[in-house]
Design a protein around this ligand. Structure first.
Ligand code: ADP
Ligand code: MG
Length: 259
């Protein structure tokens, strides 16, 4: 295990690595509700994909299936070469590689910022405490809040808490980061600081799948934008293709509502 943020992020560039994520004709139902319909999506190593679409279109379900917070019923999902099956070892292997950041920051309120960041490395990865703390501090520096390490989440602003949540996920040294609307619970003045952190991460070569409606962010970092509606991937392309020359009425309608 590399002991600094820099060493971890520098290790991400692996030109010969397998695709980060392969989803092949994935279907999922909640009861009789068909929420993912033949979703096929490949994410290359180091690729940045932004997923957008109306509320209820299946965006959260799609990314939650990637680390098995939700279970798909048909099709295949392969993450960093490991297929998601009922085998717990494959699940363990995948959760090791995948970090996730949610809309609500989900920090532990009774633990300090530093303790939030070292909990999983110490208990799950069995990293010695001093090493976990040094690593956590290097990530807190990266997200530009090392001075908050001894405080509790309730003493931080929403934007600061979300940056801690990003640092906490990074402390497990994942190869892939999933973001589910990380800025949509934030006051407008805090959105930029979180997006800036995500841009920095994208620049470091991290494979990222982000559900967001921040189209400026999508233009700046996304290799590909994927538009979902009613459980389907309706259209995908570069940010320019998607925003300048949408092919479907559904995407045109969606863009007219958010831009
Ligand atoms: P999005 O993130 O695009 O808003 P979701 O993936 O959260 O969409 O939801 C897709 C559909 O699945 C919605 O109709 C939602 O109500 C439904 N849904 C999501 N989670 C559950 C659940 N745990 N049980 C039943 N239905 C769910
Ligand atoms: Mg959602």
């Amino acid at each position: 295990m590399s002991a600094t943020a820099e060493a971890h992020l520098a290790s991400l560039a692996r030109p010969d690595a397998p695709p980060a994520i392969v989803m092949d004709k994935v279907n999922k139902w909640f009861g009789s509700l068909h929420v993912l319909r033949d979703v096929t999506l490949n994410v290359g190593n180091g690729e940045r994909v932004v997923i957008c679409g109306p509320s209820g279109s299946g965006k959260s379900t799609l990314i939650r299936c990637i680390n098995r917070l939700e279970q798909h019923q048909e099709g295949r999902i392969i993450v960093e070469g490991n297929e998601l099956t009922d085998d717990l070892r494959s699940l363990d292997a995948i959760r090791r590689e995948v970090g996730m950041v949610f809309q609500s920051f989900n920090l532990f309120p009774h633990l300090t910022i530093l303790e939030n960041c070292t909990l999983a490395p110490i208990w799950v990865r069995k990293t010695p405490k001093a090493e976990a703390e040094a690593l956590a501090m290097s990530y807190l520096e990266r997200v530009k809040i090392p001075e908050q390490a001894k405080k509790y989440p309730g003493q931080l602003s929403g934007g600061q808490q979300q940056r801690v949540a990003i640092a906490r996920a990074l402390c497990m040294q994942p190869k892939i980061m999933l973001f589910d609307e990380p800025t949509s619970a934030l006051d407008p003045e805090m959105i930029k600081e979180v997006l800036d952190t995500m841009v920095g991460l994208a620049d470091s070569g991290m494979t990222m799948v982000c559900v967001t409606h921040e189209m400026g962010f999508a233009r700046q970092v996304a290799d590909r934008v994927v538009f979902m509606d009613r459980g389907e991937i309706v259209e995908s392309g570069t940010p320019t293709e998607m925003f300048e020359t949408p092919k479907t009425d559904r995407l045109r309608l969606f863009l007219s509502q958010i831009l």
